[in-house]
Design a protein around this ligand. Sequence first.
Ligand code: COA
Length: 252
Amino acid sequence: MKKWYSIRMRSSKGGSHENGGQHISGAERLVKQTEIETTALEMIHRASNHTRGKADFISLKIETVQPNEIHYISPLRVKEVTNSHPHTAKKVISEQLATLPIQQELLFSLYDWVIHDEMTRGAIIVDINNGKRLDPSINRGIRVSHVDWDNQFKDRWQIKNDIFYNERRAEAIALSSKVAAAGTICEICCSDDPEYTTGYLSYQNTFIRVPNMKEKYSPRGGRVFIIDSTNIQLDQYIHFLEKTPVLIGVKE
Ligand code: COA
């Protein structure tokens, strides 16, 4: 069986991440050997052109992944709801999550947190039962990694779903599908990109796009994974999200 490769890029400004540089962009792919060069070039290009600024540090990692380590999962269904202004986002979110057994006060505080976060490098994990934060390191959170689409599956999926599609959207759907497959009850996400104000919810196997989740030009954004701590082994959950290679598609 042919090997797969995890290619990961991260770029920053004012030095490397490790030396306090400001994060500019990150991207990752799981590819076959023949796609390594093109993918690496695309990533370098992406690192150099971002609305958050010009990077002066780029890290590019290429690691082998054994085919038998890869988990195959299905993508979430996708739907878009109408939300004309950030002021109505809470109403729209609570309507979409009407059957989620969570206190409204907790849900709204998580939304407020997501649109204002400027500290956490990844996602936070919150217990639906009591609102307690469960991930171990305050400013780091959990970063979902090692996930991508199977190319052929993505092409077929795109035609079948007939939705407007771009790379950014596909990446978000892949990431969120992995988050859901880990056992997450609900995810709330808003990008920290100042130009990009559409956020999303993931709930009951559906990726729900919410336009105008935050004010335009806000450089803040974050993610929260809501889980039931009585149903999940936290260490295994985090390990799956961070380390297990996952492809969206069907095993050949
Ligand atoms: N935002 C801010 N800082 C980041 C970052 C991100 N998305 N990704 C990496 N860093 C910085 C951190 O300082 C990190 O140290 P930490 O682990 O203490 O937080 C440091 O870079 C090294 O991170 P590492 O995980 O070793 O990076 P990597 O070279 O394996 O690349 C990425 C990982 C960049 C590909 C991946 O994290 C990423 O950003 N993927 C894109 C999808 C995405 O946005 N994921 C986040 C969803 S929660």
